[in-house]
Design a protein around this ligand. Structure first.
Ligand code: ADP
Ligand code: MG
Length: 306
């Protein structure tokens, strides 16, 4: 292992947090997620088409999962349009990126930024600009391995748009993927292409998130329903997020939607998708369940009743 592939140090170990540093959520035993042996999940958030909501999804899923007590690392692998830091309100704290680690300019703990609100959430940007990007698949893999060693339960990689080198590097360390699409034919076609590429690269655990859904347009037959999109792609559905101006408000504030005290429909939908992703089925919209909880009603709102 070369100097540049060995990252980290004891100061990175989030399991060393003092109890007071964590939130009440984390220190309450019922919600505490054990730091003992666990399998970390590396999930790439991808789409093919740009501007469909990958970064929004990464920020909100990451924040939701962190609030559920897991240690979460978010990796901003979108070099050209790096904005995960903005969505999380951490832009002033990005001093180093993974490129600096690869070049031997800093250690992993210097580039890994811990969220102030949820200390079990961390952000790592791969590069600040396209000119300074010569990351290889191997670099990416080593980097994620080092992040894994720090004891994170979930590592979410925000993938760049397109299917070129940035995409190939971003998917390299992942075992799972969330494909984000909008209910538009161009985005769906790109999502389908990406699904094929993921499979060709050995990523078979893939879930679909349909974003910017407009029930009013679906009703008028001006937009494909979530069910139609899901059936076209044949990928299991993780969630459906409505079009919501609050997404823009939260982006500008640097506060992911799921942090709002009064959750909006989109915030509930992201939380729901996060719970589904971690496998807490009891909280989820269950299409087959005869009970109609709030979440099922929400699902019906998007999918229509059976
Ligand atoms: P990507 O990372 O795929 O390029 P972003 O997450 O940056 O996409 O989202 C692109 C734009 O769409 C942003 O301006 C964001 O605020 C907006 N957006 C994303 N999801 C929604 C939504 N559900 N409702 C309204 N606007 C959204
Ligand atoms: Mg993005």
């Amino acid at each position: 292992m070369t100097e540049t592939t060995k990252f980290g140090g004891p100061e990175n170990d989030l399991s060393n947090q003092k109890p007071g540093e964590t939130t009440a959520f984390l220190s309450s035993s019922s919600n505490l997620v054990s730091s003992e042996k666990h399998t970390e999940r590396v999930i790439v958030i991808t789409s093919g088409k740009g501007g469909v909501g990958k970064t929004t999804t990464t920020a909100n899923l990451g924040m939701s999962i962190a609030r559920l007590g897991y240690r979460v690392a978010l990796i901003d692998a979108d070099i050209g349009l790096r904005n995960l830091d903005l969505l999380l309100g951490l832009e002033n704290r990005v001093l180093y990126t993974a490129m600096d680690i690869v070049e031997g300019q800093c250690r992993l703990d210097q580039a890994l930024i811990r969220d102030k609100r949820w200390k079990n959430l961390a952000l790592l940007a791969i590069s600040k600009n396209r000119q300074k990007y010569n990351v290889t698949r191997k670099n990416m893999q080593n980097l994620i391995d080092s992040v894994k060693e720090l004891g994170f339960h979930f590592i979410l990689i925000d993938c760049p748009a397109g299917i070129d080198v940035g995409f190939i590097n971003a998917i390299a360390p992942a075992q799972e993927a969330v494909i984000v699409t909008t209910p538009e034919i161009t985005a769906i076609r790109d999502a389908d292409r990406v699904a094929g590429l993921l499979e060709a690269n050995g990523i078979y655990n893939v879930k679909l998130l349909v974003n910017r859904v407009r029930p009013d347009m679906i009703q008028k037959n001006d937009m494909m329903s979530v069910r139609d999109v899901q059936e076209m792609l044949g990928i299991p559905l993780l969630g459906a997020i409505p079009e919501d101006t609050n997404v823009i408000v939260s982006t500008n504030r640097g506060e992911p939607l799921v942090l709002n005290k009064k959750l909006t429909l989109s915030g509930i939908a992201f939380e729901n998708a996060a719970r589904r992703l971690i496998g807490k089925q009891d909280y989820f919209i269950d299409l087959t369940s005869p009970q109609k909880g709030m979440f099922q009603k929400l699902q019906e709102f998007f999918l229509g009743e059976d």
